[in-house]
Design a binder for this molecule. Structure first.
Ligand SMILES: [Zn+2]
Length: 487
């Protein structure tokens, strides 16, 4: 049974609710009333079953329920890289990784590849309870319409994403112009779009249904689109002053902020200094790129004045420690940025959408880097992953409250089959998240009040069919990459 009545409330009972938010709490034997896309009430099971005696119920049977995860920077287009042989000698540095892996892979993608690469990531996101994703896309031989293809996949999945196309000069002026056009075209269509209403497809007996509860005070954004947009730029090292100026003019007309890689590797700084005599953050600031609606991914190699400028402009920085370690580019000065007042959020740069794993990497790498076990404490990691990511999400969905369980917040939830062997309290939840919880504990995912996975079974996407087709398409992409048939 798929219930196509989005405003009928339903009740989760017998859950351990970890609320997070400003005043984090743990409600034992908790209950949570969902109406439409939002959390309508929160309390103990006894309280809520008394107050709301008849809505459809979902007995969580003691599972831990958390706000769903969010990802501040990702690349759906990178999914086919998993296990791909890279022709030639192993890449010795970051520019070679770009040239030998990513700039070969992205050129080989057709629109169907773009669709399935996104679907693979969306299956992974649902499986890992990550419901809001900020994506950065590249497919230089299939630019026009590529963001529509991804948006359709996101809506099919029932998730929420902000999309952009990365403009770059690396593939010549025609493709740079096409990238600009795709950002502008998509932003206009995304603005006009009214979401298909999020609907509950909770599979429950129909015997205890009742009419909607009419006196609940909830936000009116039930029909808010799950799709948002920004203006994508690759990185300073592949963008001329002229292209940056064109992008600023086009983004300004469309009312968009930017999403760009910044100082991911020292090579970006060297390029900027030789091109402009300025460091990357200053070059981008002078071009008009920074600001509170701009996402600067990585910022591994930024100095004190650059950090001050990021803070002053309210620019968002995203941290992706798994990617930084994999590329051997260094560790971002996250704590220094936070102390300076920079907004820092947590992304995954195309690694799995298992944000618990990204949190663990962040928790560990800063301690090793600083050789100080006090570095990057667990509660700070959790704050980045939830409170900060939720605040970044409001750049794209201003009315949404994510990352916490409270009345009026989005009903974005993840259920975990977690029976800890030590006491679990609101105060020590971060360390349970970092040392106890594994992705295998995730059994259910809800986005905007819609159940996307229950009992580990996906309800919106056909995982088997997606996997089978993706395997065929990925093999063909690998073949094109290895034969060097795409330019
Ligand atoms: Zn990236």
């Amino acid at each position: 049974m798929a219930t196509e009545t989005p405003n009928r409330p339903w009740l989760i009972t017998h859950a351990r609710l970890a609320t997070l938010g400003d005043d984090p709490g743990l409600i034992e034997d908790g209950a949570l009333l969902v109406q439409g896309a939002h959390i309508a009430a929160l309390g103990t099971s006894t309280e809520l079953t008394t107050r709301y005696p008849a809505p459809e119920r979902w007995d969580a049977a003691g599972q831990l329920v958390l706000p769903a995860s969010m990802c501040a920077h990702t690349h759906f287009y990178g999914a086919f890289a998993r296990g791909m042989a890279i022709p030639g000698e192993p890449a010795a540095n970051f520019p070679q990784i770009l040239e030998r892996l990513w700039w070969r892979l992205d050129k080989a993608l057709t629109l169907e590849d773009v669709r399935y690469s996104a679907l693979v990531c969306l299956v992974d996101a649902i499986r890992h309870g990550t419901t809001t994703l900020i994506d950065h896309h590249a497919s230089p031989n299939s630019i026009e319409g590529s963001l529509d293809v991804i948006a359709e996949a996101v809506q099919e999945a029932g998730l929420r994403a902000s999309l952009c196309y990365e403009v770059t000069d690396r593939d010549g002026p025609e493709r740079a112009r096409a990238g600009i056009a795709e950002n502008v075209r998509f932003a206009k269509s995304a603005n006009q779009q009214i979401s298909k209403s999020p609907t509950s497809n909770l599979q429950l007996p129909t015997s205890n249904l009742q009419p909607p509860i009419s006196n609940l005070q909830l936000p009116t954004s039930n029909l808010q689109s799950p799709i948002s947009s920004s203006f994508g730029l690759h990185a300073s090292l592949t963008l001329s002053d002229e292209t940056l100026a064109d992008c600023v003019a086009s983004a300004g007309e469309a009312g968009l902020g930017f999403h760009i890689h910044v100082a991911e590797d020292q090579a970006d700084q060297e390029d900027s200094l030789s091109k402009s005599g300025r460091r990357v953050v200053h070059r981008l600031h002078d071009a008009g790129i920074l600001g509170p609606r701009t996402v600067a991914a990585h910022c591994v190699h930024v100095d004190g004045p650059e950090i001050a400028l990021l803070a002053e402009t309210g620019t968002w920085v995203t941290h992706q420690p798994r990617s930084n370690m994999n590329n051997g580019v260094g560790v971002a000065p996250v704590e220094a940025m936070l102390r300076a007042g920079v907004n820092v959020a947590l992304g995954n740069d195309g690694f799995s959408n298992q944000m618990f794993a990204e949190m663990k990497a962040a928790y560990l790498v800063h301690k090793l880097w600083q050789r100080d076990p006090r570095a990057m404490p667990g509660d700070l990691v959790v704050r980045l992953a939830y409170a900060h990511n939720a605040r970044l999400a409001r750049v794209f969905w201003p009315d949404l409250r994510l990352g916490e369980l409270r009345e009026g917040a989005a009903a974005d939830l993840v259920f975990l089959d977690y029976s800890p062997t030590t006491p679990l309290m609101a105060g020590n939840l971060p360390w349970h998240l970092l040392f106890g919880l594994e992705a295998s504990a995730i059994t259910a995912t809800v986005c905007a009040g819609r159940v996307l996975m229950r009992d580990r079974r996906l309800l919106t996407l056909d995982e088997e069919a997606i996997t089978a087709r993706s395997r065929e398409l990925a093999a063909a992409v690998w073949d094109r990459v290895s034969r060097g048939t795409v330019v």
